[in-house]
Design a protein around this ligand. Structure first.
Ligand code: PLP
Length: 366
């Protein structure tokens, strides 16, 4: 079978197994976070896999993402938490989407949807300084939310927040602030079905944050949110493998420049292999000269600059032919580089590596 020109293979069994792992580990409801096209893995297929692994709700950033899952035939509850200024919820409520509500204005918008009974999760600011309801607004928002629920306009399904992962002490402080918020909501008569604050890192390391549900993103895709622990050490399996086929091979003399700016020159007569993936495909230019690849069982680093569509690997005197497989990253227990190594090479995090793999790279579900 010939090697694909460019391809990201997604192991959907890994997504299902990773979901199962979090169900077992936490004992809480798993909200599968499939925003940003499931961190590049394909939103609908990843949602199906996560639901088969025991997730019972999906999380996305915005309503457009939520509605595209509905159009793909996903019927599970979906929570969307980041809204456009002046967002109206009518169309999405008709699609049975649940809304994160982060302000009085958003609450009012949820309260006027025709038909009422709009499912909301009130999002509380607990330290991250992003879009939750500020503690100074809790009294006013909770009173109005309780009133809207009493008259059947909304249904308060959840109370939630998000952690900074700065340190266990910072996250415990945020949890304490969230608990003050849930107590204030209770005093206003709000009895949510679920409270949720933990994403992958806290769900693993801070059991007290698991509450009723955990929102798992990176862990579903088998990647570690920690610098000091690998996927395997966490019992997770990376789902995405990024590969391509060697598109050209050239023998060059010592001193030959390689790619834009000649930041790499051949030390001696050598063979260069051209890989047809570049920064337009999400291969980070910042990993120029460093990003790891595996060709015919041997590891090499990118030579010179990563260009828009391609990069070069200096394979020395190894025999490499046009059409040979080049693996950029996958499951490192299988001997290939990891997305985390690419992240380190580019000075970023594995989240960014997988979620930026471009639309020009076909996804194949394995
Ligand atoms: C509100 C919210 N919850 C959960 C997650 C999932 O986080 P992680 O991928 O670390 O599990 C995210 C992702 O950034 C998020 O924004």
């Amino acid at each position: 079978m010939s090697v694909p020109f460019r391809e990201a293979t997604i192991d959907m069994d890994a997504v299902a197994d990773n979901t199962r792992h979090f169900r077992r580990l936490t004992g809480a409801e798993v909200i599968a976070v499939v925003k940003a096209d499931a961190y590049g893995h394909g939103a609908a297929a990843s949602a199906v896999a996560a639901l088969s692994g025991g997730a019972t709700r999906l999380g996305v950033a915005d309503i457009t993402e939520a509605l595209s899952l509905r159009r793909a035939g996903i019927t599970a509850p979906i929570l969307a938490w980041l809204h456009a200024p002046g967002q109206r919820f009518d169309e999405a409520a008709a699609g049975n989407i649940e809304f994160g509500v982060s302000s009085f204005d958003q609450l009012e918008a949820a309260g006027v949807v025709p038909g009422g009974n709009v499912a909301v999760h009130l999002k509380l600011e607990a330290g991250l300084s992003r879009n939750g309801i500020a503690p100074s607004d809790w009294g006013r928002v909770f009173a109005e939310a309780a009133r809207l629920e009493r008259i059947g306009r909304i249904r308060i399904v959840g109370l939630f927040s998000h952690l900074s992962n700065t340190s266990p002490a910072d996250d415990r402080e945020a949890l304490a602030r969230f608990e003050e918020g849930t107590a204030a909501a209770a005093s206003a008569g709000i009895r949510p079905e679920i409270r949720h604050i933990a994403a992958t890192a806290a769900a693993i390391d801070l059991p007290e944050t698991r509450l009723d549900a955990v929102r798992i993103g990176i862990g579903l895709y088998g990647l570690s949110p920690f610098d000091d622990r690998s996927s395997a050490e966490l019992g997770l399996r990376p789902a995405m493998t990024l590969r391509g086929a060697v598109a050209a091979v050239r023998r060059v003399p010592a001193g030959a420049g390689v790619s834009y700016g000649y930041t790499h020159r051949a030390n001696h007569d050598t063979t260069l292999a051209l890989v047809p993936l570049g920064y337009a495909d999400g291969v980070p230019r910042h990993a120029s000269g460093r990003g790891p690849v595996l060709i015919n069982g041997r590891r090499y680093a990118v030579a010179g600059r990563i260009a828009m569509d391609q990069f070069v690997v200096d394979v020395g005197d190894a025999h490499v032919a046009v059409g040979d497989e080049v693996v950029l990253f996958g499951d490192p227990t299988l001997g290939v580089p990891s997305a985390t190594e690419w992240a380190h090479a580019a000075g970023t995090i594995n989240y960014e590596i997988v979620s930026r793999i471009g639309s020009r790279v076909p996804r194949r579900n394995g």
